[in-house]
Design a protein around this ligand. Sequence first.
Ligand code: SIN
Ligand code: MN
Length: 216
Amino acid sequence: MKTDAGTRIEIFPGALHLPGFLSVAQQYVLGARCRSIGTGSPGWYVPTVRGGGKMSVRMVCLGYHWNPKTYTYETRRQDYDGQPVQALPGDLRDLGVRLAGAAGMQIAPDVCILNYYGVDGKMGLHQDKDERPETLRAGLPIVSVSIGDTAKFVLGGFNRKDSTTTVLLKSGDGFVFGGLSRLRYHGVAGLLPGTAPRGLALNGRFNLTFREGAAN
Ligand code: SIN
Ligand code: MN
């Protein structure tokens, strides 16, 4: 998949917004891909986190499964149905590499977490810190791309109570946070329903995050 590595906006050192990274035509292709991954095997499930609450997103992991009970990566989703994970396809892996490159960073992704947010979907503030310690220390980035309704993405500091900045992530936008920003708290406060390009025929939003450091 070709990508448009155009504008980049630095929100904080190491945290870059890449508006319009994918053209509308590319968004259609990736949107269809997300649907087929989600209806594949193993497909969408709603994770239950350690405290017993259900997340509001549907999730499928590629390459490795992120276990929301143990906060570890594994080859089968042991918190749910024990199914072996779908592989991370080479072209999606390459998309992650290109997104990182557009932000001036490097990554060799071994996992992608695909989330589907319904119109009421959100994700609480959290840090992504379950990847291998050396990849965290090196500041290897979390790389994301969004398809569908615009999301109110919130990016904070290194403590949960730090103030946050809201970035509107539209369909086709990339977002990369690595280096000094790798461990910033972040989340999704909600969507702006009805903002997806019409041709996507999507209520809600897909978000893919690529990461390196799941493999032991
Ligand atoms: C995540 O933090 O894992 C997802 C962020 C997003 O949906 O933009
Ligand atoms: Mn995250």
